[in-house]
Design a protein around this ligand. Sequence first.
Ligand SMILES: C[C@@](CO)(OP(=O)(O)O)[C@H](O)COP(=O)(O)OP(=O)(O)OC[C@H]1O[C@@H](n2ccc(N)nc2=O)[C@H](O)[C@@H]1O
Ligand SMILES: Nc1ncnc2c1ncn2[C@@H]1O[C@H](COP(=O)(O)OP(=O)(O)O)[C@@H](O)[C@H]1O
Length: 321
Amino acid sequence: MKNQPSAAVLTENTFSFPSPAKLNLFLYINAKRPDNYHELQTLFQFLDYGDQLDIRLRSDGEIRLSPAIEGLKNEDNLIYRAAKILQQATATSYGADIHLHKVLPMGGGVGGGSSNAATALLALNYLWQTHLPISKLARLGLSLGADVPIFIHGKAAFAEGVGEKITYCEPPEKWFVVLKPEVAISTRDIFLAPDLPRNTPKKSLTQRLNEQYANDCEKIVRKHYPEVEELFNWLLKYAPARLTGTGACVFAEFDNEQSARNLFNMKPQKFSGFVARGQNISPLHIMLQNLMQAQSPLTDGADSLNPNHNPTPEVPKHARY
Ligand SMILES: C[C@@](CO)(OP(=O)(O)O)[C@H](O)COP(=O)(O)OP(=O)(O)OC[C@H]1O[C@@H](n2ccc(N)nc2=O)[C@H](O)[C@@H]1O
Ligand SMILES: Nc1ncnc2c1ncn2[C@@H]1O[C@H](COP(=O)(O)OP(=O)(O)O)[C@@H](O)[C@H]1O
């Protein structure tokens, strides 16, 4: 979806949905639980940049996903798993052809897989008219990954526990340069690292918002991944920088787009990345709200699947979706 406005209706019967990235503006690890998951305190904000899912309804119950992601079986793709879980939970007889436009780096800490799963759940719940409430979708989503509920709720939030205890909040919507070194990092590997700090004291949201933001994974990621260390060393010459999630992406924030683009244009070629704006409401939710105000894809007759009949919902002004 990058750099192209997102139309909700692409062609007859094919709908296009954004699957935005997220940043962890801060991330603290408070404890290791008996089930080996870690208790966190983290601040999530969405970006107006991410993947796109084009979805066409099928009446035969089949889920077809294309293109396959290299090295990942389609059955393991979180999009496919999300669609299957929703079918099982609702006993719908519908299926879907899903085309994924992937731009987000995998293993980058920008939440691409979780966001794809949440977009599939929300979009199919809309297209199939299965009417599960957000709370139920978030529970289904949590079984796919710790970050999926945040993307289902679609509002910037302070998350605790493993990401399921959510307090909405509204951090400033800054501009970001997000850069990725030539390495992907497995979340699991970071949480298994013996030298990961695991007992940062819990603090209230107000305290956290009013102190300098940090990421407890940053020190060991920089130590174990020289590519990340090199990226930090470059970026820190120009701006304060932080790790998102468990890495590998690193970001710097700016008050305006031009400053962000000026820095981005200077980056060495070996770092990939993008410029994006923080959004406290997910671009997916803005689009879904507009769609719902238009009309149902299934119940308003055949014409409702005709793009001429169903006007393309407005895209938020500053979004590049
Ligand atoms: C820590 C975060 C912050 O956003 O890192 P990123 O993945 O975004 O970098 C996420 O919550 C990650 O969520 P997600 O990527 O969905 O993780 P999952 O698939 O649920 O878990 C992958 C593995 O990481 C470990 N894990 C994950 C989350 C957590 N709170 N504690 C853990 O110990 C577990 O070993 C788990 O097997
Ligand atoms: N649709 C998907 N997009 C990206 N990754 C996926 C997807 N489905 C499953 N995965 C798996 O999830 C892992 C984490 O991916 P991703 O969410 O992009 O990273 P991160 O959590 O670091 O942002 C990938 O390495 C891949 O094995």
